[in-house]
Design a protein around this ligand. Structure first.
Ligand SMILES: [Zn+2]
Length: 175
């Protein structure tokens, strides 16, 4: 370790650029970058996960080998749950409305996310998955959300009986 005395400060001078490249962007550029990233482990997602866990369901997370890298994958039930932020994914609720002062900036980005979400859902369904989208605003009322999750997953249980033998084409790696 004797010769690292000078090397460490050199590395440290590089770190801010390596770790925080977005700090050199304008606020608008940064926001656009953030919009392109699907947030993981958000508070709404943790609420859904806690409810599912409490109901006795087991799931995989952020399955990178499935279209759209779904947040929650319940493989035994051929089911996928997305937990979407109302703003980034363009929900038709008050939280999903872009600021009117800058609507021309936000609208194309949000619309792009919506179109991508729709494509992803269609592709997953084509592969035999059932898909539920839970919106951020729906995680406020946990009792209602719990009923919604139960309905969705019970329906899937009956569905998978009817479709016995038909398996999803892809299996989530994290399960
Ligand atoms: Zn909403």
């Amino acid at each position: 370790m004797r010769n690292t005395g000078t090397a460490i400060p050199e590395i440290l001078t590089l770190l801010p650029r390596m770790v925080f490249p977005m700090d050199r962007l304008t606020p608008e550029q940064r926001s656009a970058n953030m919009a392109a990233v699907r947030f993981k482990n958000t508070r709404p997602e943790l609420i859904v996960r806690r409810l599912l866990h409490g109901l006795g369901y087991r799931y995989g997370l952020h399955a990178a080998n499935l279209p759209g890298r779904p947040d929650i994958v319940l493989r035994k039930r051929q089911s996928i749950v997305f937990v979407n932020g109302c703003f980034w994914h363009g929900h038709t609720c008050p939280r999903g409305i872009p600021p009117s002062s800058n609507i021309e900036f936000w609208w194309p980005k949000i619309n792009k996310n919506r179109l991508r979400d729709r494509r992803v859902r269609q592709e997953l369904k084509r592969q035999g998955w059932r898909v539920l989208t839970v919106w951020e605003c729906e995680t406020k009322d946990t009792a209602r959300l719990q009923r919604q999750l139960c309905r969705f997953l019970r329906a899937n249980r009956f569905l998978s009986r009817r479709r016995k033998g038909r398996k999803p084409q892809l299996v989530a790696r994290s399960l």
